[in-house]
Design a protein around this ligand. Structure first.
Ligand code: HEM
Length: 404
């Protein structure tokens, strides 16, 4: 009995990790699994802008990839079936969103619960090592930003439930060459982080299988496959990642996936809390205690974080193609390149709630100097755009890019 409960708990843990949060419903009519042809995309087509990235770009030693869908940097290595797996995920997740939400009330498939939408300043440091002084980090400057803090679970649930938290930053007024030259946002730099150093489902294949087996069959099926394939450590990481934090303003976040910095460096990001005050865990947790603690904090004090960069030193020990591997901080310590200042503010308003729904964050909203790389990021570049378009269309809204 105890053992069964353990299995169920682990399955639930699986079902609520980061964006593998899709893992909740069973859709018996879907037949497009590993080894079969990907399900056709729905009517929406995330399109031409990716073709822009096919162009050979000598600075990045970009080669033309399979079918010419997008370029690949010299740091990346694309498995043959990646495009099929990505399209498959898009179709499964879109179908799931159609079933989960009535038109007009469609939420994000992952991270649907907004804990706060905050106004902030991103302040680039003056003293940054020369090799990292590129893109947004080239000059000391203060940028306006929006932050959306979220819970990862694919269903909106009480803050009492242990979970992973998301921290998405949208910096505005960013000038320079874009990673995507068409259709994407024109003057933003997004940094998207979670409250755990790795994405245990660190490859497109693993993430796809989590999505496919959990939705098509059940989380337990995916869990059993992990056990059988000797990947028990992934289950352990998924379990460890979920916590009851005191406040999202008190904890550290990581990008988990890699990005280019300039042309020659590969980096990951982290946000380290530096506020003068910390919240206490309430004696009795409430459904919205995380938002309530942030409200109390920001009613009186500002909050702050250091934005840090970790440089890849060794491509084997610090791989680009597996976000499930933590890069050793001993081998490459994080370096501060900016501060994030969140002024004291009242944020529990209808306008902010609406803004949180209307915004779209993506690793693709980026200067070319900070372009996202690695399998999980290649998947996200396509999937976020595709599903955000779908979400906005269902809600009869336009994709919007905030200017201030
Ligand atoms: C292939 C792997 C992944 C898939 C398929 C995926 C899928 C998604 C989707 C569909 C959304 C909602 C997009 C929207 O409607 O605007 C989302 C949001 C998010 N994802 Fe992922 N994700 C993946 C990997 C990751 C990783 C590695 C991280 C780690 C940083 C992450 C962090 C987040 C966060 C924080 C949000 C919320 C962003 C916001 O506030 O709008 N995801 N993800």
């Amino acid at each position: 009995m105890k053992k069964n409960r353990g299995m169920i708990l682990i399955a639930l843990a699986l079902a609520s990790f980061a964006c593998a949060e899709v893992i909740t419903t069973k859709e018996a009519d879907f037949r497009s699994g590993p080894g079969t042809e990907g399900k056709q995309r729905g009517k929406l087509k995330a399109g031409d802008e990716f073709a822009q990235n096919d162009k050979s770009d000598e600075r990045y030693n970009v080669q033309i990839s399979d079918g010419g869908l997008r370029g690949v940097t010299k740091f990346e290595n694309i498995p043959d079936d990646e495009d099929r797996l990505i399209k498959d995920m898009e179709a499964i997740l879109q179908e799931k969103m159609s079933k989960d939400y009535p038109a007009g009330q469609t939420k994000r498939d992952a991270h649907p619960k907004s804990l706060a939408c905050l106004q902030a300043e991103f302040i680039v440091e003056p003293d940054i090592p020369a090799e990292l002084k590129v893109g947004i980090f080239e000059f000391p400057q203060t940028y306006p930003a929006w932050i959306r803090i979220s819970s990862a679970s694919g269903k909106i649930q009480s803050d009492k439930a242990k979970d992973l938290r998301g921290f998405a930053i949208k910096i505005m007024g960013v000038k320079g060459e874009r990673f995507q030259r068409q259709n994407g946002e024109k003057a933003t730099q997004d940094f998207i982080l979670i409250s755990y150093p790795i994405m245990p489902l660190g490859t497109v294949k693993l993430f796809h299988d989590a999505v496919y087996y959990s939705i098509e069959w059940s989380p337990l099926v995916f869990f059993s496959r992990l056990v059988v394939s000797g990947n028990f450590h992934i289950i352990n990481e998924l379990r460890k990642a979920r916590q009851n934090q005191t406040s999202p303003l008190d904890i550290r976040y990581w990008s988990t996936t890699p990005y280019i910095c300039g042309t020659d460096h590969v980096v990951k990001y982290s946000l380290v809390p530096t506020s003068h005050i910390k919240s206490a865990l309430p004696l009795k947790l409430t459904d919205d205690y995380l938002t309530e603690n942030m409200e109390k904090h920001l009613a009186v004090h500002e909050a702050s974080f250091d934005f840090m960069i970790q440089v890849q030193k060794d491509p084997n020990r610090m791989p680009v193609e597996d976000a499930g591997v933590e890069w050793s901080e001993k081998e490459s310590p994080f370096i501060k390149v900016a501060s994030l200042r969140i002024p004291s503010q009242a944020f529990r308003t209808r306008e902010r709630e609406e803004l949180a729904e209307d915004l779209s964050f993506s690793p693709a909203h980026s200067l070319i100097e900070h372009r996202p790389i690695g399998g999980i990021n290649r998947a996200r570049v396509e999937i976020y755009r595709y599903l955000s378009e779908f979400r906005h269309k269902q809600n009869n809204k336009q994709l919007m890019e905030p200017r201030k």
